[in-house]
Design a protein around this ligand. Structure first.
Ligand code: GLN
Length: 452
């Protein structure tokens, strides 16, 4: 069979799997468009299928961010990551479900309904890139892109038992990603295979003049990323901190840290700097940024318009009808945070705390190659379990938001399952622009096959 025939066969089998899937993870497919696309067998992602989160622009495809407000919007251009995937001959097969405007930790805030976890359909897949994670775990594609502002790639990757990379802020162009909180947003990669993560990262990372925060920092070759090596010095949680996480997660954590110790890694017990201030700082800053970013969705510039006889009413009606409850909560809180009487008390103070947190992590990275911590404190929770309690939902991000506050790269690696068969995940966190440390570590762990 020729390589193009086997690609066709693979795509048609994935199309069927998507149609049969019960997880509600894929909201649109574009297999029809692929038949006219030219793929080069020398492309570095030739033969790989990729699903894209519905907040990353694909030319002439819908781009709704799972919101009613953008229900009929089509993107007139490609995100840079999409151009780069196409240039590498990846097959972009469709778009994935998510929390509206990437605000959430469970993929339940969506105009398309909740995403389900493929390991247990009564459980959440995590969020906000829950559709991407669930689709990858179920084998509906090889690779998916998601966005990670506070954990939205790593947490669903952990809940679905796959790899999920949040690159260093500025490493992957944000051009064409609908902004949630611009100083936090990153585009990340989800896959069952660490090799696919590395190859996709090599394709989509690197400077882009269309994104002013894109970094010119050198991107290494695929060969340099593909080595397998354990770091020399790793920061891990102190024993008493383990009592705050689920016991089965803590047990698997010890299995991995024991393996590291036996293999000569110098383990240093650390406190995560200012951990209890990370959630408030993150939510103050991201809500402020979101309230400003989402002002463009007013029914005039973007978004479906509710008819009215005056401009203010048009804005009010369009936004009231278009946005869901979580997005409204954040826009209102963010506007309050930025209002003149409260700006200094909340916004500027949170910026200062962000700087303090960053300074402390810099100190850690001056002594350690990376940190190794759980991605979540609990296995995937039941659907509808945290929807009515925003604070409980926000606290799900305890271990993931620090990396977004400091801009560091972080990779979720699968770490076995609970007795009930629910996935567990751990994060390797590195210093900025040191993704290779994460990849080398993950390659070594995957070879060790600790949970097979
Ligand atoms: N759960 C976090 C939030 O709701 C993270 C979102 C994200 O990373 N997009 O803000």
């Amino acid at each position: 069979m020729s390589s193009s025939d086997s690609l066709k066969e693979k795509l048609s089998s994935e199309k069927k799997k998507i149609a049969d899937s019960k997880t509600n993870s894929v909201i649109r497919t574009r297999f029809d468009k692929l038949s006219s696309q030219k793929f080069s067998s020398s492309g570095s992602l030739y033969g790989k299928s990729v699903l894209i989160k519905d907040n990353i622009a694909i030319k002439d495809e819908k781009l709704t961010c799972a919101s009613n407000l953008l229900g009929s919007y089509k993107s007139p251009y490609n995100a840079t990551v999409v151009d780069r995937l196409n240039d590498a001959s990846a097959a972009i097969t469709g778009q994935t479900n998510m929390d509206e405007f990437a605000m959430g930790s469970s993929s339940e805030h969506s105009r398309y309904g909740s995403v389900q976890n493929p390991y247990n359909l009564e459980r959440v897949a995590g969020g906000s890139s829950g559709g991407s994670a669930s689709a990858v775990a179920e084998g509906l594609c090889d690779i998916a892109l998601g966005s990670d502002t506070g954990g939205s790639v790593r947490q669903p990757a952990a809940f679905c038992g796959i790899y999920g990379l949040k690159p260093t802020y500025g490493r992957v162009s944000r051009y064409g990603l609908v902004a949630h909180a611009s100083s936090f947003d990153t585009i990340g990669i989800l896959s069952r295979s660490i090799d696919d993560i590395v190859n996709t990262f090599s394709v989509i990372s690197g400077f882009d003049s269309k994104d002013t925060t894109s970094s010119k920092e050198k991107v290494l070759s695929k060969k340099e990323y593909n080595k397998s090596a354990l770091p020399k010095t790793v920061g891990i949680l102190k024993k008493d901190a383990l009592s705050e996480i689920d016991t089965e997660i803590a047990e698997n954590y010890v299995v991995i840290t024991d393996f590291l110790k036996e293999n000569g890694v110098n383990l240093v017990e650390i406190d995560l700097p200012y951990l209890k201030y990370c959630i408030p700082t993150y939510y103050i800053l991201t809500m402020a940024e979101a309230s400003s970013n989402l002002s463009r969705f007013d029914g005039i510039r973007y978004g479906s318009r509710e008819k009215s006889d005056n401009l203010d009413d048009t804005y009010i009606k369009s936004r009231s009808k278009g946005f869901g409850p979580e997005v409204k909560r954040r826009i209102m809180t963010g506007t309050y945070i930025l209002s003149s009487g409260y700006y200094d008390a909340y916004y500027s103070k949170a910026l200062k705390v962000r700087r303090l947190i960053k300074n402390e992590y810099n100190k850690l990275f001056s002594k350690l190659d990376c940190l190794f911590i759980p991605t979540t404190a609990n296995p995937p929770f039941y659907l509808n379990n945290r929807l009515d309690d925003p604070m409980k939902m926000y606290l799900s991000d305890r271990f993931t938001v620090p990396c977004n506050l400091i801009g560091s790269p972080s990779l979720n690696v699968p770490g076995g399952t609970t007795n009930e068969g629910l996935p567990i995940g751990f994060q390797v966190i590195g210093d900025s622009f040191k993704e290779e440390t994460l990849f080398h570590f993950a390659h070594s762990l995957s070879k060790a096959k600790l949970f097979e």
